[in-house]
Design a protein around this ligand. Sequence first.
Ligand code: GLN
Length: 465
Amino acid sequence: MNFKKTTIKQLHTDLVSGNITAKDLYDHSMSVIDERDTSVNSFIEVFTDQQLDHSEYTHILSGIPVGIKDNILFKGKKVSSASQMLENYTASYDSHIAKIFKAQKAMIMGRLNMDDMAMGTSTESSYFGPTLNPLDESRVPGGSSGGPAAAVAAGMVPYTLGSDTGGSIRQPAACCGVVGLKPTYGAVSRRGLIAMSSSLDVIGPITNSVEDAETVFNVINEYDPLDSTSVPLKKRAEYQNKNKNNKVIGVPRSFLEVDGLNSEVLENFNDSLELMKKEGYTIVDVDLPNLQHALAVYYTLQPAEVSSNLARYDGIRYALSEKGENLVDGYKKTKTKGFGREVQRRIMLGTYVLSSGYHDEYYYKARQLRSKITQEIRDIFETIDILATPTAPNVAFKFGAKKDPISLYLEDVFKVPYKLTGNPALSIPSGKNSENMPFSMHFTAPMFCEQKLFEAGKDFERVIL
Ligand code: GLN
């Protein structure tokens, strides 16, 4: 058995026909975890309370192993966001996603590693130690969903769930040579996802193929009346009906001229687009002048939302609690101990851009630019079907290579624009460099048009083989 060489649909068919059992899948998953995870460190906790005696596989995900990023709540299970702050916290309710997975009778193998509170691009900041890239253990697996990407890349489970606020599904998928889907904001419920930046956080799958990403998306793509940002299905259809597929791919050429874009990455990107031409796609250059501001906008708005969301960790209501000489001292001691350096940096940055006197200069200006970028992207999708860039400017880097936080932030340059705008985006492996590290293609589509991503993504997988 090899999870990397099969699809979720095939596993389902084999379960239904009796070729394999859920116990076979569990045993296989456990054997790969035992073999690889001592060094890779993708699981924070492996669950041992599996229900293995399924007699019926009524749903597409029934009996199939899956790993979950450690920021999605499953009632009664620990959930830590890989942070000391939540090390001993147990979820008191089920996330919407947990409800779906329980109804599916999916086999939840455990909690997966990530950057502290989901802030990062390398999984180096996890309180539980870094996850290593299974393709080359001297390199990072990307982040913040490094555990979910590494677990799929190493064949421990056939698919995982991650979360993406500024690229945290797509970046690690790219670093580990697997597929990552960030659904449209509003397509998948955020209820029970530990909040970091509420206007940006999205849950999505990491898989071995575009087909599997589609299979999982079709299960989690639900309206949730208890999430105020979940979009009703009728409204989604309005977006979808506007868009016919004419196989036109737009490339924001001037945006690609950023400092630090590796020349091999660019070459691979251009070669990959040539291959898509043979599949009948038209490639056009598009001008999106405001995209160059997206990174600065993201790193203004994201910390602002972090500073407000993470205020709840006050050492009083729940999570870590450090005694202080007075109230403020208690806050200080709790946050200093519970949060790593990057989380503290974001809280300070966010508090600064929201403070009176700077609010207009930074936060408000960033919000205005967010609207401009969103309008620019909405307009461009009147003329094209897919927007393409590389997923990241570099392949997976070595541990410790990017100590300065700004150099890590720069890795997000191609992924954050579509977080600001809400559009769905897909990262797909596109070959390997001379050191056997994967390159990746990044496709974005109009709002709620994941279907376009899947069509183009499957075409891309065919040509890149
Ligand atoms: N690298 C981004 C950040 O650190 C992405 C985080 C995320 O998507 N969770 O903000």
